[in-house]
Design a protein around this ligand. Structure first.
Ligand code: ADP
Ligand code: MG
Length: 248
């Protein structure tokens, strides 16, 4: 079976900012109440990077990811993806961007219960122009033998790996994960992180993982800390640890 997910260049220092957030604000209005979910967030993300965004619940992590995913638009500032200002995209440009360029992994997997694992991956490939085969995507998350299973016949960790295969199968430039291990036990969570780290290290996929769990951040190349909608710290991990060594 051939793969059109070619291994990227040898893993080395990340090259060029490929995602650039400048002074990003996001304010939600709920009747009379105004929530400033993000305030003045500036950040560069590099091609091939594994980045963790860490912060307590309500700090703006999901809001940040949704803006990068093209699921929402900033109230102020710019989000540039390879020099394109995605905040000013038309609705159809935004749809194309989401379909073609971004893979999204959710905390609760969001698989369609009446479709098999393979079919869940297949429908995502049918929406994109340059997908890999669903079988290949399942192989990369080590679920070749589970393609015919329905989500209810899979463990939480397996369901999340199907969700990763679904995100990956589109061949996106960027994979965004919102609390990917949030619903999983310790051991299963580490297995899911291993799949993400392998996709980053072997195939040079740019991956953002957001989590409220600081321990997970140790697997990343860089860690961004968020609090009350503001970045409080950005640090580089000189030596990211393997997921198997994470303790939480
Ligand atoms: P996190 O993912 O870090 O837990 P969120 O980004 O979900 O945080 O939320 C940040 C803040 O913005 C919270 O106070 C939350 O209640 C608020 N918020 C998020 N989405 C919306 C929305 N669609 N409408 C109103 N408020 C929202
Ligand atoms: Mg969240």
């Amino acid at each position: 079976m051939s793969s059109n997910l070619s291994p990227g260049p040898p893993v080395g220092p990340p090259i060029g900012p490929f995602l650039h957030l400048e002074n990003v604000d996001k304010t939600f209005f709920m009747g009379d109440v105004q929530v400033e979910a993000l305030a003045g967030v500036s950040l560069e993300i590099h091609d091939g990077e594994l980045l963790a965004v860490v912060g307590p619940s309500g700090s703006g992590k999901s809001t940040l990811l949704n803006l990068i995913a093209g699921m929402d638009r900033p109230s102020g500032g710019t989000v540039r993806f390879r020099e394109e200002n995605i905040g000013t995209f038309s609705d159809s440009q935004q749809t194309d961007y989401r379909r073609e360029r971004v893979g999204y992994v959710f905390q609760f997997y969001n698989l369609i219960p009446s479709l098999t694992a393979l079919e869940n991956v297949l429908i995502s490939t049918e929406l994109s122009r340059d997908p890999m085969s669903p079988e290949e995507a399942l192989r990369l998350v080590e679920l070749t033998d589970r393609g015919d299973h329905f989500p209810s016949q899979l463990s939480g960790g397996e369901q999340q790996r199907v969700a990763i295969a679904r995100a990956l199968a589109k061949n996106p430039e960027l994979i965004l994960c919102d609390e990917p291990t949030g619903a999983l036990d310790f051991t299963t969570g580490k297995r899911v992180l291993r799949v993400l780290v392998d996709l980053n290290r072997k195939f040079n996929k740019t991956i953002l993982i957001i989590t409220h769990n600081s321990a997970i951040a140790k697997i990343a190349d860089r860690v961004v800390r968020l609090r009350s909608g503001r970045i409080t710290q950005v640090e580089t991990n000189a030596r990211p640890i393997p997921p198997e060594e994470v303790v939480w």
